[in-house]
Design a binder for this molecule. Structure first.
Ligand SMILES: [Mn+2]
Length: 249
């Protein structure tokens, strides 16, 4: 039996505009620049119109201001905008490292060092690697503010709004949304990116860097490598329309 195929068509309820923001990676400067652009853009909302910002994860690592980015997002000083915060693989890995030293070496090679520095963690010198890692883990547990830990733990795997699903990395093609694995949702690349499958919703994601935002029938990718390019991207969704804004000069 062939399952009925839903036609993918992005849509949002009338009166709602959604901004989805890509991977920030410790670039507080770009986060603030993006939020200025979003606030300016939202001036054109009709009276009574609502705006919602979905952050696609990877707030931490690589850039220099991971702690400050979390402070800002946790404080969320823009009450006019509802905000959704998704989990990226970098947030997932930090949480793993708090309980499991084996998550440390990988994390440190893909940007965790800068997160540790932003929290004031300093690795001891002249001790064996495993011991150094244990000391770093202990320090991080001690300096990570409870509000940051709570924020990291309550990040969502995905959020559905209208005809869209927002998720950090993507979805495993052919698997129903409710049965997706958390690892796939923060780590998947080729199996998702190369798929032309209709996922039932248009998937809005970050995680894999492209020079320009990608706008395809079944997915929208908006990780433009902000931490190194200076270009943080967002997609603006309203009705059945999509358009893009970014922080490039
Ligand atoms: Mn990622």
């Amino acid at each position: 039996m062939v399952a009925p195929v839903k036609v993918t068509r992005g849509w949002l309820p009338a009166g709602l505009r959604v901004y989805a923001v890509g991977d920030i990676h410790g670039r507080l400067d770009l986060l603030l620049a993006m939020l200025e652009r979003i606030q300016a853009d939202a001036e054109s909302l009709p009276p009574g119109g609502r705006a919602r910002i979905v952050f696609l994860g990877d707030y931490l690592d690589r850039g220099k201001n991971s702690k400050a980015v979390l402070d800002y997002l946790i404080s969320w000083p823009l009450p006019r905008f509802e905000a959704d915060f998704l989990r990226g693989n970098h947030e997932a890995t930090l949480l793993q490292f708090l309980d499991n030293l084996n998550a440390g070496p990988g994390w440190l090679t893909y940007g965790g060092v800068n997160t540790l520095l932003s929290y004031g963690v300093r690795a001891p010198v002249d001790v064996p690697p495993r011991q150094r890692l244990a000391a770093v883990q202990q320090q991080l547990r001690a300096v990570l503010p409870p509000a940051h830990l709570a924020f990291l733990r309550r990040l969502a795997s995905y959020v559905e709004i209208g005809g869209y699903v927002f998720v950090h990395a993507g979805l495993r093609p052919g698997v129903p949304l409710e049965q997706q694995k958390p690892e796939d949702m923060v780590w998947i690349r080729e199996d998702f990116l190369h798929s032309t499958a209709d996922h039932g919703r248009v998937v809005v994601h970050g995680h894999t860097i492209s020079m320009e935002a990608e706008s395809l029938p079944n997915r929208i990718g908006i990780d433009t490598g902000a931490y190194s390019t200076g270009r943080l991207s967002a997609v603006v969704l309203e009705g059945g329309e999509r358009r893009f804004i970014d922080t490039a000069l």
